[in-house]
Design a protein around this ligand. Sequence first.
Ligand SMILES: C[S@@+](CC[C@H](N)C(=O)[O-])C[C@H]1O[C@@H](n2cnc3c(N)ncnc32)[C@H](O)[C@@H]1O
Ligand code: SF4
Length: 298
Amino acid sequence: MIKSFLYLPFWFVKTRIFGKKSPLQTVIFISDQCNLQCKHCCVYAQKIIKKKSYEQIKEELEYSYKLGSRFVDFEGGEPTMWKDGEHDLNSLIRLAKAIGFFSTTVTTNAVMPFSGLEADSIWVSLDGLGKYHDRVRGEGVFDKLVKNIETSGHPDLSVNMVVSKLNYESVDETIEFVKNNPYIKLISINFLTPYPGTEDLMLDWDKRREIIDKVIAYKKQGYPIMNSVSGLKKMKDNNFKKYCWVSNFIAVDGTKSPDCGGTALGLCDQCGYCMAGEMNSVMNLAPDTVIAGLKLRL
Ligand SMILES: C[S@@+](CC[C@H](N)C(=O)[O-])C[C@H]1O[C@@H](n2cnc3c(N)ncnc32)[C@H](O)[C@@H]1O
Ligand code: SF4
């Protein structure tokens, strides 16, 4: 924690004052193998599965560390399914720590039990309650998620909701559910980014703004929402400077990029990832976002 506390201002001065585009966080896609086929997703393998080796991920972690990154998120596909010989996801988490990363995160669909996962924090994808989550992710998936969250025993577990035409009606009850669930710390609200094949599921902008206003009102009432008010306001029209190079991305085919896949597809104006708004607010030193970011990182 002390290391992060000292590193964050150093990183800010390096990037914001001296203009060096150095990532703080790395997102590594370790495989596109998945046990679901969510309607809003185009990441999972349709036919031939791509899975990185332990050695390749080691090289990618070392590369990212040298760039200046100190936080890593293991993504997929479903990262908890990853294995290479005797190595599993915990081997990658330990490896990242040994290289020097301050903290590791795993994003999971929570279909399989994940107690014993050694990541510092876990983000579970929760796309609404009951039938709404299942509408996006498949029959029976919500019940498994609730059970696996309860039994995980992880002290730092939050959920990530992607709002689309399929589940926007469930936003209120999902926020309420998170507030009342003792195993969940925070909820992060995102909107669907229209990757090819998912365009029809994107909400119209008026509905998006209406939902953002509602989320801001919950946040002001003290609900456990990760998004900052400043970041949420920016997501209302997406008309702000993007600082997505704050994370570097390493795709499942090994492509190393300073931006997420959406940039190459020209999707920045329609981006739904809340981190885009949060990053802009951090770079402009919006006090509420800086405090939210520090809470998350420390
Ligand atoms: C690709 S998944 C990989 C991790 C894991 N399989 C899971 O579902 O949590 C990572 C996150 O991306 C989100 N996601 C997938 N497609 C998206 C889209 N079109 N727009 C925004 N987020 C999306 C998922 O809901 C999930 O929270
Ligand atoms: S579980 Fe994750 S990777 Fe798999 S299809 Fe759903 S969102 Fe995509």
